[in-house]
Design a protein around this ligand. Structure first.
Ligand code: NAD
Length: 459
């Protein structure tokens, strides 16, 4: 008997179509909805001494699966992907990590198998790592069926769906965390630590970005797996992937937590030229994206103004030939911390390395800065998580999720933060439509963000 057979796959029949899409309604209508429950800013769920998890979507989701399964007090009970080959691949990898899989059931073969999985295995938590349009319907169903949800970025590109996510989480009193792994990067954790210690004084301005040439994804096969983002460049406008750069800056500034919050955004995009050019030069005649026009400008620049009047530049570009960056800059009255490449300027200098802010602390001199300011979580976990994905941030994120669930602690990112960070997509689109007109962020907390404690430096 092969390993594969021993694992007792449960091949399930496909379900009838479930109405999964949400009607587009004006977000303000949702403000008046009365079907929401208690505010979830510092929400503590009952402790889960052993966490039973199911996973939907196993490409990016495979990383979450392996990181979860490698931790104590966890059990994988459900796996679902449309494609059997993806599922088999991830199962093979999973069996290298754990043999605690006696209750595992696997599902594949249609877009709705995940519903059957949730009904049958009744997990405590669900990890969703599918394309953006499926996030909201999956989140809603999983929460309704009694699960806490962890969903990949962004939650959604539509304001009404973000409100749906808030409302359903509040109504059923469940965690719904967007999996913003970048908040657990070494530099991001260190910058948070330095901001909390007041090293750069009062915070004034941040810069965030997702600048990553992903044109190669246009060379797709018939599944469009991994390449579906291209449809969004063709049809949408604005910053459609804002959260990797913005999440850390928002937490440096304590946005949505006691001190400050998102207020308004203005946005412009450049012409959309690069994708068409690339398609002409690189794609086969049979490729559906050959020679087509794209609507979404190659580079989007948005500026957020916070309630305290701070500013955040958020840029997005997945098309242009330039090196990867998330900018990761935070500027205060006494210095500036910046990423890509990592560099720090402090008004009063740093040890015997710099005298003042006219010179960056950079390159090999950063070692001394890391020694002094590395976040305790990074110091404690780095050796264990360094190979967990994206330089270790994926493993630290999962460690914290499991620790918080095991002990009934508030998560490091609440549902409102995920919604505010994602809301840059629809609001930037609207600003562009109105030639840069400022757009107000809806207050997903309904005025309660001042009640949420600042994210501390957990160790
Ligand atoms: N945080 C990060 O660093 C990071 C990195 C990559 C992707 N992502 C995010 O992860 C998500 C997934 O991205 P990806 O690159 O893995 O996409 P992908 O297309 O490569 O993989 C998606 C997987 O989900 C499966 N899937 C889709 N619909 C499904 C359904 N109805 N039922 C079961 N399985 C389904 C697909 O078969 C595929 O295996 C996106 O939200 C993306 O933005 C985040």
């Amino acid at each position: 008997m092969t390993n594969f057979n021993r694992r007792k796959f449960i091949k399930t029949s496909s379900l009838g179509a479930i109405a999964a899409s949400t009607l587009s309604v004006n977000c303000q209508n949702n403000l008046n909805q009365s079907n929401h429950g208690k505010y979830l800013g510092g929400f503590k769920a009952d402790p889960l001494p052993s966490i039973r998890a199911a996973f939907i979507g196993l490409n990016r989701g495979g990383t979450h699966l392996r990181n979860f399964a490698s931790l104590n007090n966890t059990e994988v009970v459900g796996l679902c992907d449309i494609y059997e080959s993806t599922l088999k691949r991830e199962l093979e990898r999973l069996y290298q990590i754990t043999d605690n899989l006696k209750n595992l059931k696997s599902y594949w073969g249609s877009k709705n198998e995940w519903i059957k999985m949730i009904d049958e295995v009744k997990p405590d938590v669900v990890f969703i790592s599918t394309d953006w349009e499926s996030h909201t319907p999956m989140i809603k169903q999983c929460i309704k069926k009694g699960c806490h949800v962890f969903c990949e970025v962004p939650f959604s590109l539509e304001l009404n769906e973000l409100w749906d996510i808030v409302n359903i989480s509040e109504k059923y009193q469940k965690h719904c965390m967007m999996l913003e792994n970048v908040n657990y990067g070494r530099d991001e954790l260190m910058f948070l630590n330095m901001c909390r210690q007041g090293v750069i004084g009062e915070l004034l301005h941040g810069e965030a970005a997702y600048i990553h040439d992903l044109r190669w994804q246009m060379d797709h096969d018939e599944t469009r797996m991994g390449s579906w983002r291209t449809d969004f460049y063709r049809e949408k406008n604005g910053n459609i992937y804002p959260t990797h750069g913005l999440g850390p800056v928002a937490q440096y500034m304590n946005l949505c937590r006691t001190e400050d919050n998102f207020h308004k955004i203005v946005s412009y995009s450049s012409p959309a030229l690069g994708r068409n050019q690339y398609s002409k030069e690189n794609l086969s005649e049979s490729n559906s994206w050959k020679n087509i026009s794209f609507k979404n400008g190659d580079i989007n620049s948005s500026i957020i103004k916070t309630k305290l009047g701070r500013t955040i530049l958020v840029q997005w570009d997945e098309t242009s030939p330039r090196p990867y960056t998330r900018l990761n800059l935070i500027q205060g009255t006494r210095g500036t911390l910046a990423g890509f490449p990592t560099r720090v300027a402090l008004e009063n200098g740093f040890e015997d390395i710099t005298k003042d802010h006219h010179t960056w602390i950079e390159n090999e001199n950063l070692i001394r800065l890391y020694e002094k300011y590395d976040h305790p979580l990074y110091k404690e976990l780095n050796e264990k998580t360094v190979k967990s994905g994206h330089g270790g941030m994926d493993g630290i994120m999962m460690y914290r999720i499991v620790e918080c669930l095991n002990n009934g602690l508030p998560l490091d990112q609440n549902v409102y933060e995920g919604c505010f960070w994602s809301a840059v997509a629809p609001l930037s689109k609207q600003s562009i439509l109105e030639d840069g007109k400022p757009q107000e962020f809806p207050d997903f907390t309904r005025g309660k963000w001042k009640e949420t404690e600042k994210l501390g430096i957990v160790s």
